[in-house]
Design a protein around this ligand. Structure first.
Ligand code: PMP
Length: 445
């Protein structure tokens, strides 16, 4: 019998949180944890911030909730304007939701309605990558390429056409360009086999998160996808739920490659962990077509409520006021150096990849063959447990059938300072030294 009525996932007993401040959390036994993954890559500004509390309280004093079809509310308009400005006006329209999965659902439905409104109802396929993660609701799961999560639902989700994305760590095509060309060719073949006129959109994370451990795309790949979308008349959707809102050092990750999507999804860091808020951004012409065709048949009760939007606005203002995008880039470089130094110490750290303050560390049995550890070794869980014992939170994922080894994300709050990055690296180094002793017998086999 468990003592708690909550059920999430099977796992070790968890400490009870007491409070948080800055990049640190404390449990009720007084143990300190450095939040090296911003919760679920969501508490991007750290814990216990007075400015966010004040903004939320000020909004609560006015009104917490109004329904989006009954009142316009100033924080929602201001947050939408801020988001449009963050895309430099490339995407002009905003639809609020309360989570990443809801934002993905909204994007899929808006894209479908756009083509229905244009008399192209034959378009019914989405194209997405394997591996990828786009959320836990059935629509979002349909475009997710993460076998353990998909498996129980494969018969009841509207599955997408899954194609490989670029994998610059494991590719065997020679140089990067040849690899990108091959991956794009496979994508084209999949689209042509289904019929280009049946595709609604290509959906991807510009920087992978939970499924790929911060795997990156590149300029040529995104340009190739954009060209495919334009050729087949379908839409390009970027899922920046995890990598958006400054995580990679620019407001949105795609801005580092200059390829603009038709729809953009974001959530997690938008409310900075203080209140759930997500958003779908869209090109105006798409929204106008849907509106002219009878309106967007979609919406969630809590979408765009004043408290959510006041929180999001305060978070964006804090990033601007404190110059945190610059700090993300500077501390990101420091973190990269530190993680690469740890990689040099342990042969079984196969890859360190990322951007800004979003870093993935992949563990492999053989650094040359890049063979993952056996799934039963559960290294993702071991490394996380050891880090936690050393007072560090990291975000783990299990190995994926030859596609990716056990890995974890290091993604601290944007407010982390130089000394705290050193502390993070020291705690991680201690955890990895302890893991070294545990993996030794596996490597001897
Ligand atoms: N898309 C991506 C890229 C994500 O990383 C996540 C969450 N990890 C989601 C969608 C789903 O977001 P949520 O958990 O808020 O529903």
């Amino acid at each position: 019998m468990t003592t708690s009525p909550l059920f999430y996932q099977a796992g070790p007993a968890m400490p009870e949180v007491s409070h948080g401040h800055g990049v640190f959390l404390w449990d009720t036994d007084g143990k300190e944890y450095l939040d090296g993954c911003s919760g679920a890559i969501s508490c991007n500004l750290g814990h216990g911030r007075e400015d966010l509390r004040d903004a939320m309280l000020a909004q609560l004093d006015r009104v917490a909730f109004t329904y989006r079809t009954q009142f316009e509310n100033a924080p929602a308009v201001a947050l939408a304007e801020a988001l449009v400005e963050m895309t430099e006006g490339a995407l002009e329209k905003v639809f609020f939701v309360s989570s990443g999965s809801e934002a993905v659902e909204s994007a899929l439905k808006l894209a479908r309605q756009y083509f229905v409104a244009r008399g192209e109802a034959r378009r019914r396929h989405f194209v997405s990558l394997r591996p990828s993660y786009h959320g836990s609701t059935l629509g979002a799961l349909g475009v997710t390429g993460y076998q353990p999560l998909e498996a129980p639902f494969a018969d009841i989700t509207a599955g997408s056409l899954k194609v490989p994305g670029p994998d610059f760590y494991r590719q065997r095509d020679g140089d990067r360009d040849a690899h990108v060309r091959r991956v794009l060719e496979e994508t084209r073949e999949k689209i042509e086999a289904a019929g280009g006129e049946t595709v609604i959109a290509i959906v991807l994370e510009p920087v992978g998160g939970a499924s790929t451990g911060a795997r990156l795309v590149d300029q040529a790949y995104l340009e190739g996808l954009r060209a495919l979308c334009d050729e087949f008349g379908c839409l390009l959707i970027f899922d920046e739920v995890l990598c958006g809102i400054g995580r990679t050092g620019t407001w949105f990750a795609y801005q580092q490659w200059g390829v603009t999507p038709d729809l953009l999804i974001t959530a997690k860091g938008l409310g900075a962990g203080y209140y759930p808020v997500g958003a779908l951004l869209a090109r105006e012409a798409i929204v106008e077509t849907v509106m002219a065709g009878g309106g967007f048949q979609h919406g969630h009760t809590y979408a765009g409520n004043p408290l959510a939007c006041a929180t999001g606005l305060a978070a964006i203002e804090a990033i601007r006021r404190e110059g945190l995008l610059e700090n993300v880039r500077a501390r990101g470089e420091q973190l990269r150096h530190g993680l690469e130094a740890l990689q040099a110490r342990h042969d079984w750290i196969g890859d360190v990849r990322g951007l800004g303050l979003l870093w993935g560390v992949e563990l492999v049995m053989d650094p040359v063959a890049k063979t993952p550890f056996p799934a039963e070794a559960n290294l993702f869980a071991r490394v996380t447990a050891l880090a936690k014992e050393e007072g560090l939170l990291i975000y783990p994922r299990r190995t994926l059938n030859g596609l990716c080894g056990d890995h974890f994300l290091v993604s601290p709050p944007f407010t982390i300072n130089e000394h705290e990055v050193e502390q993070l690296l020291e705690r991680l180094a201690r955890a990895l030294d302890r893991l070294d002793r545990e993996v030794a017998p596996l490597l001897d086999d």
